[in-house]
Design a protein around this ligand. Structure first.
Ligand code: 0PR
Length: 375
C-alpha cells in the first residue's frame, strides 16, 4: 500500500480505467449472469453495510432474507420449506450435501451425481471427503436412472439431480429420481442454480421441485436468472431438521446458531433478491423468461437455416450447436467481439440467451457465425 493516499479523483480515475477493461454484457453469450435489475441495484446500495452474519443487529435485513426465502419456497412448490440466502450455487450445493452427509452416522460416504453435474460437486468431494460417483446420461443428455441405481450402495449419502444443466440446459427426470430416493431412503438434492428462475415460468406440467416427493433440498440462484446482484444464492430444505444439521454454535453473536457457510455475509444481496422478486412478481418473471426462450428459438432456428443443428432442442434458454471444431469457431468469433463458450461431450458451441440478449444481436451473431464457418 502507498504511504500517502490518492485523492478521490485519482482513485476514481484508476477505477474507471480498469472498469473500461471489463466487457459489457451485450455481446456475451457465454454467461449465466446478467446485469442486475435496476431495482436490485438500488436495494443493494441501500443495504450495503448490513451483515446477516449478525442478524440481531440488522433485523430489517434479516426479515428481508426470511421473506425472500419464503417467496422462493412458494416458487419451488413447498411454501413451508426453510433455508437461507447463500453466496451462490457452489455454496448451496456444498451445504446441501453437507447436511445430507451429516445425517449419516459414517464419514466415508459417496454421492451419486449425473455426469453433467457442475464442477462444484468435484469441490464437494474434496471438501467433505466424499466419493463422487458419476452416472451416465441418455441420448437427450438427461441422467439415466438405471445408471444412478447401479451406483447406489449402503454408503450413499445423497442423490443429485439437475434442473437446468450448466452445459446443455437439460432437466433430469427428477420425479423418477425422487422415487429412487424414497425407495432407498436417501436424500435427493436438486441443483436448480440456473433452472430455478426459469422452469417455474415455462408453463407445462414440469415436476422437478418440492412437488416431487423425495426431493429434500434445492439450490436456486437469484444472481443468475433471478436478476439480483452478485452474490445472491438460495438453498432450501423440505425439512427444518436438515437445515439444523448445518448449525454452528456462536454464543457471542445475536443469533447463536448460524447456518450459513460464510460468517459475515451481505444483507445487500437479501435486499436485492427481495426487491426484484417483489417488483417483477410471477408475471414479470414470466415475461423475462418468455423473452429469453423466444431468443433461444430464434437462435436455434437461425442456426438450422445455415445448416447447423442444435444438440438438443432448447429446453431452457441454453442453445448448443453441434459442429466439428467449436473451439476454433469460438476463437474466430472472439475476433469479432462475441463471447461464446463450448461444451465437451458432445462437442458443441454453447450460447445462453439471457435477459441482456437481444434479437438484433442474435441476428448479427448468426451472420458472423455463418461467415466464420464458411472460411
Ligand atoms: N450449479 C449449476 C447448475 C450451475 O450452472 C452453476 C454455475 C453452479 C451450480 C455454481 O454456481 P456459482 O457459480 O454461483 O457458484 N454455472 C455457471 C458456470 O459455471 C456460472 C457462470 C456464470 C459461469 C457466469 C460463467 C459466467 O460468465 O458455467
Amino acid at each position: 500500500m502507498r504511504d500517502r493516499g490518492l485523492s478521490e479523483e485519482e482513485v476514481m480515475r484508476g477505477l474507471l480505467k480498469m472498469r473500461a477493461k471489463d466487457l459489457s454484457y451485450d455481446r456475451i453469450f457465454s454467461s449465466m449472469c446478467t446485469p442486475p435489475h435496476p431495482i436490485a441495484l438500488k436495494a443493494h446500495q441501500l443495504f450495503q453495510e448490513t451483515n446477516l452474519g449478525d442478524p440481531g443487529l440488522f433485523p430489517g435485513s434479516a426479515e428481508l432474507e426470511a421473506e425472500a426465502v419464503r417467496m422462493m419456497a412458494e416458487l419451488l412448490g413447498h411454501p413451508e420449506a426453510c433455508g437461507y440466502l447463500s453466496t451462490g450455487g457452489t455454496e448451496s450445493n456444498i451445504q446441501a450435501i453437507r447436511a445430507a452427509r451429516n445425517s449419516a452416522d459414517f464419514r466415508d460416504g459417496n454421492i451419486v451425481v449425473p455426469r453433467s453435474a457442475h464442477f462444484s460437486f468435484d469441490k464437494i468431494g474434496d471438501l467433505l471427503s466424499l466419493e463422487i460417483r458419476k452416472a451416465d446420461l441418455d441420448g437427450d443428455l438427461k441422467v439415466e436412472v438405471g445408471s444412478v441405481e447401479e451406483l447406489i450402495d449402503e454408503k450413499t449419502v445423497s442423490l443429485v439431480g439437475i434442473a437446468g444443466t450448466t452445459e446443455f440446459g437439460q432437466v433430469d427426470p427428477i420425479d423418477r429420481l425422487g422415487r429412487l430416493a424414497l425407495d432407498w431412503g436417501i436424500p435427493l438434492h436438486v441443483d436448480a442454480a440456473f433452472g430455478g428462475f426459469v422452469l417455474p415460468f415455462l408453463g407445462g406440467d414440469w415436476r422437478w421441485d418440492f412437488s416431487v416427493e423425495g426431493v429434500t433440498s434445492i439450490t436456486i440462484d437469484p444472481h443468475k436468472m433471478g436478476m439480483a446482484t452478485i452474490p445472491g444464492g438460495g438453498l432450501l430444505f423440505r425439512h427444518p431438521e436438515d437445515l439444523e444439521r448445518l448449525a454452528a454454535y456462536a454464543p457471542y453473536l445475536t443469533v447463536a446458531r448460524p447456518k450459513a457457510l460464510t460468517g459475515t455475509r451481505s444483507g445487500a444481496a437479501a435486499a436485492a433478491i427481495w426487491a426484484v422478486m417483489s417488483h417483477l412478481g410471477m408475471e414479470g418473471f414470466k415475461e423475462v423468461v418468455n423473452g429469453c426462450m423466444a431468443l433461444s428459438r430464434r437462435m436455434a432456428s437461425g442456426a438450422k437455416e445455415i445448416g447447423i443443428e442444435p444438440v438438443i432442442e432448447p429446453v431452457m434458454n441454453v442453445v448448443t450447436l453441434r459442429m466439428e471444431d467449436p473451439e476454433g469457431v469460438r476463437a474466430a468469433l472472439l475476433g469479432r467481439r462475441w463471447r461464446v463458450s463450448t461444451t465437451r461431450s458432445p462437442k458443441a458451441l454453447r450460447l445462453i440467451m439471457m435477459p441482456h440478449s437481444t434479437a438484433e444481436n442474435v441476428d448479427l451473431f448468426l451472420g458472423d457465425l455463418e461467415d466464420v464457418l464458411r472460411k
